[in-house]
Design a protein around this ligand. Structure first.
Ligand code: PFF
Length: 447
């Protein structure tokens, strides 16, 4: 993957390289940790249907819009809006950078949990087979004031280390090996989960919608998660798009990344939800769901400690490839626009984001009674990002492409999409009307 330095902006060497990097950004904690518990909290199959609907209409359209803005401008988000239009639109770029701060602050806390769990599974966490014990282990871990902070720091340090060096071939090559391994492991673990006694109830919960239970909160959650999961609404795909070679088809790339991301989320649903029901957990248990139920599954399979450790290591990798893209947005801005060298930019931004993550981490323990509108700090950051900032970014990016710079992003000679795109008219209508109206309606009804 190329660095973002102004003069020698790099490029992805191959289409596959880009797709793996962008899929690495999209596929992360959102798919494997967040999607199953959101589905669990929001009516299972109803959530799945809403999510798929949003992904393949609004999500894929905004994905294409971001990639096209990136490649047509070859700039970080702030530079991209300035280059293509300027004026007030530049504020959308700044909002992207801000959103990168907010998301990475709490994302890194959970990234830390995955490292901790890789260590714990390797060192005897699974020596019990009492499924309920994993609930208290998780509760004790996240409510401890120091241990999760330590791992939050480790995760952030890893992210900074990679971004500071420039997101080079190392990551791309690592993703090329580890993403397929993650996929194979998910298949194996899905099979194990689906064949547990009592799994059928979980499958039914995930696949049989009960529309009588639908409410506005579910629709907002599904849309917010569509954005979060595809890394949309905050310029990550714009930044990656700016490194794309001219001959790569943008609609094809958008379709690939969207499809891979969706596939992994659905597989994670088939892994976690049947196990939840098989072991009698509450599907609405929230953020702890994956960290409690998966150890329970691993403790019941041969070589469970081995598979469990491997799984959490791969979850670390999945989280890391996403976190890198979050920090890259901030760093690309500091490097391109503020002319700060990449290394201090990465370290400085990483330190500030780490500090911002501290209250999120503590909100699971000693600060759990510090709440606003009934939500703790972690939930506030998550809500603000997923349900406010990303959708707002999505509206503005859609309007920008649909109304302001459509000709530029279609102009193949300037790095845009090119004239061969058969769906251009439909896509424009989605960007002009459908996506902004749908997102705005959902946002407003949420308040
Ligand atoms: N898409 C990532 C996930 O599903 O875990 C999270 C994410 C990464 C969101 C990068 C936004 C972003 F810019």
């Amino acid at each position: 993957m190329a660095g973002a330095e102004g003069k020698s902006r790099g490029q992805f060497t191959t289409r596959l390289g880009f797709i793996l990097a962008a899929a690495g950004s999209a596929i992360g904690l959102g798919n494997i940790w967040k999607f199953p518990y959101l589905a669990g909290e929001n009516g299972g199959a109803v959530f799945l249907i809403l999510y798929l609907g949003f992904i393949f209409t609004i999500g894929i359209s905004v994905m294409l819009a971001e990639l096209a803005i990136g490649r047509a401008s070859k700039k970080n988000p702030v530079g991209a809006f300035a280059h293509l239009k300027g004026g007030k639109w530049v504020a959308v770029g700044f909002m992207s950078v801000l959103t990168g701060f907010v998301i990475l602050s709490f994302y890194s806390v959970v990234g830390g949990w995955t490292i901790a769990y890789a260590v714990k599974t390797a060192t005897g966490l699974l020596s019990t087979t009492d499924a309920k014990a994993f609930g208290s282990t998780f509760g004790n871990f996240v409510s401890d004031p120091m241990e999760p902070l330590f791992y939050h720091g480790v995760f952030m340090a890893l992210t900074v280390a990679v971004v500071a060096k420039g997101v080079d071939n190392g990551i791309e090559k690592t993703c090329r090996v580890l993403m397929p391994v993650l996929f194979v492991l998910l298949v194996v673990l899905c099979i194990r989960s689906l064949t547990l006694p009592g799994a059928a109830k979980g499958v039914a919960f995930f696949l049989e919608p009960d529309f009588s239970k639908i409410n506005a909160g579910m629709v907002i959650a599904a849309l917010g998660h569509a954005f979060f999961s595809l890394s949309l609404g905050m310029g990550a795909m714009m930044t990656y798009g700016s490194y794309l070679p001219r001959q790569t088809s943008l609609p094809g790339a958008a379709l690939w990344v969207t499809s891979l991301d969706t596939l992994i989320a659905v597989m994670a649903g088939f892994l976690v939800l049947p196990a939840v029901f098989a072991f009698g957990f509450d599907p609405g248990a929230g953020p702890g769901l994956t960290f409690i139920t998966l150890p329970a599954v691993f403790s019941k399979i041969p070589f469970g400690a081995f598979f469990g450790t491997l799984f959490f290591v791969l979850l670390v990798v999945a989280a890391l490839t996403s976190a890198i893209s979050l920090l890259e947005v901030v760093v690309a801005y500091l490097v391109d626009e503020k002319h700060i060298a990449r290394r201090p930019a990465a370290i400085g931004a990483g330190a500030v984001i780490f500090a911002l993550g501290i209250p999120s981490s503590l909100s699971f323990g000693i600060w759990s009674d510090v709440t606003f509108l009934g939500k703790g700090f972690f939930d506030i950051m998550d809500y603000l990002a997923s349900n406010v900032l990303l959708p707002t970014g999505g509206i503005l990016i859609s309007l920008f492409v649909g109304w302001v710079v459509f000709a530029k992003v279609m102009d193949g000679d300037q790095g845009g999409i090119g004239q061969g795109f058969r769906w251009a008219k439909v896509w424009r209508i989605v960007c002009q009307y459908v996506a902004p109206a749908a997102i705005a309606w959902i946002l407003i009804s949420g308040f």
